[in-house]
Design a protein around this ligand. Sequence first.
Ligand code: ADP
Length: 479
Amino acid sequence: MTLFRKNLIDGEWLGEAGSRNINPSNTGDVVGEYASAGPEQAKQAIAAAKAAFPAWSRSAPLVRHAVLKKASDEIMARKDEIGRNLAREEGKTLAEGIGETIRAAQLFDFFAGETLRLSGELVPSVRPGVGVEITREAVGVVGIITPWNFPIAIPAWKIAPALAYGNTIVFKPAELVPESAWTIVDILHRAGLPKGVLNLVMGKGSVVGQAMLDSPDVNAITFTGSVGTGKRVAAASVEHMRKFQLEMGGKNPLVVLDDAHLGTAVDCAVNGAYFSTGQRCTASSRLVVTDGIHDRFVAALKERMEKLVVGDALDAKTQIGPVVDATQLKQDEDYIAIGRKEGAELAFGGERLDAATPGFYLTPALFTGATNAMRISREEIFGPVANVIRVGDYDEALAVANDTPFGLTSGICTSSLKHATHFKRNSEAGMVMVNLPTAGVDFHVPFGGRKGSSYGPREQGRYAMEFYTTVKTAYSFAG
Ligand code: ADP
């Protein structure tokens, strides 16, 4: 019998079967059927979150700590099962799925601790006899809208701080990966959240997401997804004068200098460009390589790519899983055609692959001879496609790295302290990596970018407080 998952609204599981969740490694495998909410249910969820806010925002930190810690423990205990379902619905490998599940557990654990670390400041006033208290309070109802590429980690890094700081939530996950979202909500619900504190409204972005954007009762929206939708979130939020936070695309450069350790540079490129099927906003899609190492780097990279095993996400031997769905596969292939037309050379891959089961398999693609002006170097492809852009020296590499509408991550492979230091200071990205892949970050430090990649306060770590709380300055006269 097919699994059927409902929405959680005001503590009740509700809804009729609406959408099917298909395994991209095997399109004959249906993960389950999921409720698809309409605007009325979205409104009910927002009303429930609003009603639950006063009590939850005033709850004792230990109450919030207990729920978050319990959720963390259950996620960790079930990491293999949850990670497997994640790999099954999204297409990243089993190891990546389990790793991402562990990350979700770590995020809940981190923010469980943060509930007990909230503090304020007591400041003398400029006026005699007056004291000033600076404290942080919960914002209210937070709308959480998430993409499909990190089905459990992104919901976790938004839900955990929202709850820790006393907010209530309306959560709309991406349509393609509802199982991970449902699981995390089920765990939190059973961990003891009062009704209405966390509401799950699976459904279409244009319906449920839009209802959230249009509601005056949603006090803040945190969004990760495409630039186009991010702009809609921004425009609608300004209309309501609400807080919003956006994480969108990237076109992240990995600079490889002549003095780089070749093995490290190739490791960084393969990991950054192709792991998780290149479907990470932090992926290295531009490999900016100086003349002296260019040919050796390309040869070594191609040699490594030949050995990459593309296949069923659930097969333990697989290193690169399928693309998430038919639409994304078409987008990847369209960009590969665009790159060729623009005059870049497809040096490796970019072909559909037949596997034992019907799925969206694409071999990792490498373009050489690309320029930074080409569309494949300027627009986010969001697939296993990377371009080598050849440059003369470090200065040109830095200029090319920064010449992009995006600014999420950047990386440099070099053994020069001078260039590494200069790059860290002058790269126009929110996160900079030295001798590390552009993708792969820690959970206890700020995450976010600049320019067209991000808007609003950073996510994760203690910096998350900036978005999920609002500051109050209270003055009192004591004579
Ligand atoms: P992607 O290309 O990664 O799917 P989207 O921006 O389309 O990026 O989707 C990210 C999230 O935004 C998903 O949960 C999606 O359902 C949601 N979304 C899409 N359209 C809208 C909209 N008009 N309003 C609010 N949310 C939306």
